[in-house]
Each structure stands twice: as structure tokens, then as C-alpha cells.
Design a protein around this ligand. Structure first.
Ligand SMILES: Nc1ncnc2c1ncn2[C@@H]1O[C@H](COP(=O)(O)OP(=O)(O)OP(=O)(O)O)[C@@H](O)[C@H]1O
Length: 132
């Protein structure tokens, strides 16, 4: 990224430029959002368990759907929070409270979906391994 890119306010002209900005966005969420790091750690654990317990191809599809649903919800939550902070700063505002709480609720719903998928896929396998 050259110094011109740092203050770019025009459209991306090349695909590589768009990908670079998207990657910066991904890194921003991972480095600044503690919850995103928890989601990442949970995803790594799920993938390791899936490999160890030899999860089937169609089950991987559900696991990745759950993982990327949570990631997407967390990214949208970060967008909502950042936009609210941009508009009101540190001032209390009931509409901002509503936006942030609803947005966080969306992440919670996505995480519940992921937990349900994980339980449905892993409980029978764990019972087979530990249940004798
Ligand atoms: N400007 C504000 N006005 C009203 N309520 C606010 C404001 N800022 C934050 N809050 C309240 O504080 C909570 C936490 O807000 P914050 O922006 O710190 O999110 P966070 O701790 O990063 O949340 P998350 O864990 O979802 O990422 C919000 O859900 C909301 O209820």
C-alpha cells in the first residue's frame, strides 16, 4: 500500500486493490474485536475435532455454514458498532443502544445455530468413541 492508498476516498480501480482493502477489513476485525478471536479459536477447535473424528463431507458443509454465519454476523455487528460510534461518539443514545443490542443479538443467534450444529454432529461421534 503506498501513501496515496492510505487516504483513498475513490472507488477501487483494480481487483487487487479491492482485495487488499477487504483483507485490511478482515484483519481490523480480528485484531480489534475480542469476540472475533473467540469465534476464530472455537472454529479452529471445531475443525481439529472434525478431522480427528472423521466428519463426513456433508457434515463439513454444515460446520462451515455455521462458522461463516457467525463470522458474517460478527462482521456486521462490528460495522453497526463502528457506524454508531462514528455518529454519536461516547454520548448515550437510545437508538444506538437499540442498534448495538439488536446487532449483538444477531451474533448470539448465529452462535446458537453453530452450537446446535456442533452438538448434532459431534455428540453421536463422541458417544461412539467414549460410550464404548
Ligand atoms: N452510545 C451508546 N448509547 C447507548 N448505549 C450504548 C452506547 N454505546 C454502547 N452502548 C451499550 O453498551 C453495549 C456495549 O457496547 P460496545 O460498543 O462496547 O459493544 P461491545 O462491548 O464491543 O459489544 P460486542 O460484545 O457485541 O462486540 C451495547 O450493546 C449497548 O447496550
Amino acid at each position: 500500500m503506498d501513501s496515496k492508498d492510505k487516504h483513498q476516498v475513490t472507488k477501487n480501480h483494480r481487483l487487487i486493490q479491492a482485495m487488499s482493502h477487504a483483507s485490511q477489513g478482515i484483519w481490523m476485525v480480528i485484531s480489534k474485536e475480542r469476540n472475533m478471536r473467540y469465534h476464530l479459536a472455537a472454529s479452529v477447535i471445531v475443525i481439529i475435532c472434525g478431522l480427528l473424528l472423521r466428519v463426513a463431507a456433508w457434515e463439513w458443509l454444515w460446520l462451515f455454514l455455521a462458522i461463516f454465519t457467525v463470522f458474517s454476523a460478527e462482521f456486521m455487528n462490528t460495522v453497526a458498532e463502528s457506524f454508531c460510534d462514528l455518529v454519536v461518539g461516547h454520548q448515550f443514545d437510545f437508538n444506538v443502544k437499540k442498534i448495538k443490542d439488536v446487532s449483538a443479538g444477531g451474533v448470539l443467534i448465529a452462535a446458537l445455530f453453530a452450537v446446535i450444529v456442533g452438538l448434532i454432529i459431534f455428540i453421536p461421534r463422541l458417544m461412539a468413541v467414549f460410550g464404548g
